[in-house]
Write a protein that binds this ligand. Structure first.
Ligand code: ADP
Ligand code: MG
Length: 595
């Protein structure tokens, strides 16, 4: 509670200080703060896009430009009210982001960054060559904003407008990150397979994030046009985009407030340099850029997590230890559950599954069935093809040939996320958790496909009832695995074995029909294994069907109803644990070691 109180106090103090600036400060300072506010809006989009989503954009200033030009053009040529042109500006910015995003976001790493540079370069060329937009001289005499008959022409009044919007944008982004769509965005860095395993589409999550960031830049552009009342191409070129990126990095890509802090650092520094450098040399104009480049490189070397990264580290070092955070568990209606199939009816049927990796046949004509309410074990020596088999039946990898049916659906060629949405939840041999998200958030990500809230609903906090249901479900699953008292710790702080168990909780949050577990007991101590065995048996008694790969033979033999044994990609045999244990071929496959 104390932690929250101090945060609210801090925010309150900042608001009070800001409110007094236009009263106490002169024109120059107020204008500087206006620039910082406008920069912070763009940088906030970049913190979300680059910091949270891992997408680097060198074209953000182009979105600022599109909105600024749209509003400038509509209010000067057509005399439209700036409040109406705001909608047009945001619409055009959003549509451009949609188009650019669809063209570029499927490209990987460097290619994506390069294409945003191309986009950033081309848009300023477009502005500079259209007669109606005033070519390189731009558009002037843009009207100021007004509220009723009250004009906001003075920078002192614009200050309040800008900073209220900055505050609202921060609040919106904060709400967004702590919601269903926000968790998916924070999951992006875990890769598309992780998101698909909870039924989310990484591409559309990334596209939504790209548009959200562009709209924040759009609001900044609209404010820019009606603050300066003049637009020309150069403030929206690639150099400006790099400056916005620099703001986000300097403040701290991992923190929303970093956008504000970074914008202040960069603009104050820029102003400072413009004052100091002319005293030292006559070529101050060019030196400016060189000093900036030097600072940027130093920043990447020494403070990659930005100023807010320092603050966060300092705070965690000075936090009093031993005090567990108070866990708020809002009472909520449980999420609706899936109808589980009748015990004994077929759930999964694999027929003649083949997977080739070049010349290697990793899975070679494997067939088996799993019925509702069973625990089936898939065993075999290392490299037998068990994990590949799991990847085929969850559609994580495309099958070379063969057939998989799950609850009357043919899975051939189906997207992984669609399979997940049908009720097939999985864990991974190599854990796919988000180490910097809390245990609770990691598990809540599992419930993604059971809910619907989108960006707008989440940002405006209209999703709270659903969000409470998700968190309630996540707590319930954490309780099941005995980790509910550590709900707010970071998943990365858990030992690897426990992280596997956390993945099971995430899979359970999806309310699965079939649970597919790849070596869940690896790295667990004896007691933890016993607890895991009990949990899986309890799930079976509740009607959940389980398919499990496990190397600990004692554990598997006691747990499962049936075993399928694989060796060199092919199925060796299938049967009851006792029969498998006695089979000579199995003993030979394991070289008589553990079975
Ligand atoms: P298991 O899980 O039974 O230990 P795997 O399914 O991981 O076995 O691997 C089966 C075989 O397929 C191994 O020889 C492995 O090297 C190969 N393999 C697995 N994944 C790939 C891949 N993505 N590309 C190429 N070969 C792979
Ligand atoms: Mg494996």
């Amino acid at each position: 509670m104390k932690h929250i109180d101090s945060r609210i106090l801090g925010i309150g103090a900042v608001i009070v200080v800001l409110a007094f600036i236009p009263i106490l400060a002169g024109n120059f300072t107020v204008s500087l703060f206006n620039d910082i506010g406008i920069g912070a809006l763009v940088a906030l989009g970049l913190v979300l896009l680059t910091g949270i989503g891992g997408v680097t954009s060198f074209g953000q200033a182009a979105f600022v430009g599109i909105a600024a030009y749209t509003s400038a053009w509509l209010t000067t040529v057509y005399d439209l009210s700036p409040w109406i042109s705001l909608f047009a500006a945001l619409l055009l910015t959003g549509l451009s982001a949609l188009a650019i995003g669809m063209l570029t976001l499927r490209l990987g790493g460097h290619f994506l960054a390069l294409s945003t540079i191309a986009w950033g370069l081309s848009i300023t060329i477009v502005f500079g060559n259209i007669d109606a937009l005033g070519r390189h001289t731009g558009l002037s005499n843009i009207p100021p904003l007004f509220i009723g008959n009250w004009s906001l022409a003075s920078p002192h009044l614009m200050f309040y407008m800008i900073w209220i919007l900055v505050g609202l944008a921060l609040l919106f982004s904060h709400n967004l990150l702590n919601s269903r769509p926000g968790r998916a965005m924070r999951g992006l860095r875990g890769g598309s397979t992780l998101l698909a395993s909870v039924g989310a589409n990484a591409y559309s999550v990334r596209l939504t994030l790209f548009i959200t960031a562009a709209l924040l830049a759009g609001i900044a552009g609209w404010l820019y046009a009606h603050t300066y009342r003049f637009v020309s191409p150069s403030p929206f070129d690639v150099r400006a985009s790099i400056e916005y990126l620099l703001m986000a990095v300097a403040g701290g890509l991992g923190h929303l407030v970093g956008a504000l802090v970074g914008s202040a650092i960069v603009l104050l520094l820029k102003n400072g340099l413009q004052d100091v450098l002319p005293l030292l040399t006559q070529q101050a104009g060019q030196l400016d850029a060189i000093v900036f480049a030097g600072l940027f490189i130093a920043l990447l070397h020494f403070a990659r997590s930005g100023l807010m990264g320092f603050v966060a580290r300092w705070r965690s070092r000075h936090k009093r230890t031993g005090s567990t955070p108070v866990i708020h568990r809002a009472p909520a209606k449980p999420l609706p559950n899936r109808q589980l199939p009748q015990r004994g009816t077929p759930v999964l049927s694999v027929k003649g599954a083949v997977k080739r990796f070049g010349g290697l046949v990793a899975v070679d004509h494997v067939s088996f069935n799993v019925n509702a309410g069973e625990i089936v074990g898939l065993i075999g020596p290392n490299g037998a093809g068990k994990s590949t088999m799991f990847n085929l039946l969850t559609c994580t990898l495309p099958m070379t040939s063969g057939q998989v049916r799950f609850l009357n659906h043919d899975l051939a060629g189906m997207a992984q996320r669609k399979v997940a949405r049908l009720g097939l939840a999985r864990t991974f041999q190599h854990v796919k958790l988000r180490p910097h998200m809390s245990l609770l958030d990691n598990v809540a990500l599992g419930a993604h496909s059971r809910c619907h809230a989108g960006v707008l609903r989440a940002g405006l906090r209209l999703d709270r009832a659903e969000e409470a249901q998700i968190l309630h479900e996540a707590y319930r699953q954490l309780e099941r695995i005995g980790l509910s008292d550590r709900a707010h710790e970071l998943a990365g702080s858990l030992p690897l074995g426990t992280q596997r168990i956390l993945e099971i909780a995430r899979a359970l949050a999806a309310d699965p029909v079939l649970l597919v577990l790849d070596e869940p007991a690896a790295g667990l101590r004896r007691k933890e294994k016993i607890a895991l065995g009990e949990l899986l048996q309890k799930l079976r008694s509740e009607g959940v069907t389980i398919l499990i790969v496990e190397h600990d033979m004692d554990f598997v033999m006691k747990l499962v109803d049936r075993l399928v044994v694989m060796n060199f990609g092919a199925k060796l045999l299938e049967g009851l644990p006792s029969a498998v244990r006695a089979d000579e071929r199995v003993q030979a496959a394991y070289l008589g070691s553990v079975v």
